[in-house]
Design a protein around this ligand. Structure first.
Ligand code: SPD
Length: 288
């Protein structure tokens, strides 16, 4: 790759978000086009099939919000499943908890892991060598189908937007399977897209989880490099008591290790549902 700076844009609904930097890698895996751009402001950024996935500067906005509401509130958190998460950021945040004993990271595209280990070390970092982490190259939907009932304390869905190979992660059937394999008080935590740039999909996810689980809550914050910037994470459980209420001896230590998340931030972010989403969520329409 040469040394000249280029602009790379993610196109979304007649808008585009671009980063300027040096192209470190551009290749096609079995599943998608993978690009690494070295930018001055956002650090190294990963683009998959034309969509920005993460960057060393802004990844914490995403990974901390996905992981800590669930893990800080669960009494039992020894057994964790991450679906997707090939850049290692979600695993890194989970491994901050001493009670986490096992993480199965199930990523469909091995190349994403290899590229992240090579170019995005500041994201996955020590997680890749932690013996509590087991990597499985597999389809997350198929993986969950093979798992026995009541097995995982937490499931994190750390996926890209729906595509040919990831759309089944956004279905009622898959959410029901997740519910089956979760322990009694277990939590499903998923990125739930943007209320602005993916409004219909966002509503679909929220409505599905609300219908399938006994309790679900959505948290809003921002991920600067994603379309429209505003993003969401939704948490769901079969068990209502203490849902998302911090119950963790390590919480002060965890808060100190985070750049974005803390309990106050979380409490505010859980109250940020825009009125138009609230209204539609409570209406009967279900438009994917
Ligand atoms: N529009 C991009 C949505 C991507 C969400 N997942 C990002 C993966 C970071 N680990």
């Amino acid at each position: 790759m040469n040394n000249t700076s280029i602009w790379l844009d993610e196109y979304h609904k007649q808008s585009r978000f671009g980063l300027n930097g040096k192209l470190l890698l551009k290749k096609n895996s079995k599943f998608q086009e993978i690009i690494i751009l070295d930018t001055e402001y956002y650090g190294k950024a990963l683009m998959l099939d034309g969509c920005w996935m993460t960057s060393s500067r802004d990844e914490k906005y995403y990974h901390e919000c996905l992981v800590h509401p669930a893990l800080s509130s669960l009494e039992n958190k020894s057994n964790v499943l991450i679906i997707g998460g090939g850049d290692g950021g979600t695993a890194r945040e989970c491994l901050k908890y001493s009670q986490v004993e096992n993480i199965d990271l199930v990523e469909i595209d091995e190349e994403v892991i290899k590229v992240s280990q090579k170019f995005l070390q500041e994201i996955g970092g020590f997680a890749w060598t932690d013996t509590r982490l087991s990597i499985h190259i597999d389809d997350g939907v198929k993986w969950v189908k093979k798992i026995q009932d009541n097995f995982y304390d937490v499931i994190f869905i750390d996926c890209s937007d729906p595509s040919e190979f990831s759309h089944l992660l956004f279905t009622d059937n898959f959410y029901k399977e997740c519910k089956r394999v979760l322990t009694k008080k277990g939590i499903l935590a998923t990125q739930s897209e943007s209320p602005e740039s993916f409004k219909n999909l966002h509503l679909y996810i929220l409505k599905s989880l609300k219908k399938i689980f006994e309790v679900s809550e959505t948290m809003y914050s921002f991920v600067p490099i994603y379309p429209s910037g505003i993003w969401s994470w939704t948490f769901a459980s079969k068990h209502e008591s203490n849902f998302l209420k911090s119950d963790c001896r390590e919480v002060i230590k965890i808060e100190k290790s985070c750049d974005i998340w803390n309990l106050n931030f979380q409490n505010g972010a859980l109250k940020m549902m825009p009125n138009k989403i609230l209204r539609e969520l409570n209406s009967s329409e279900n438009d994917k």
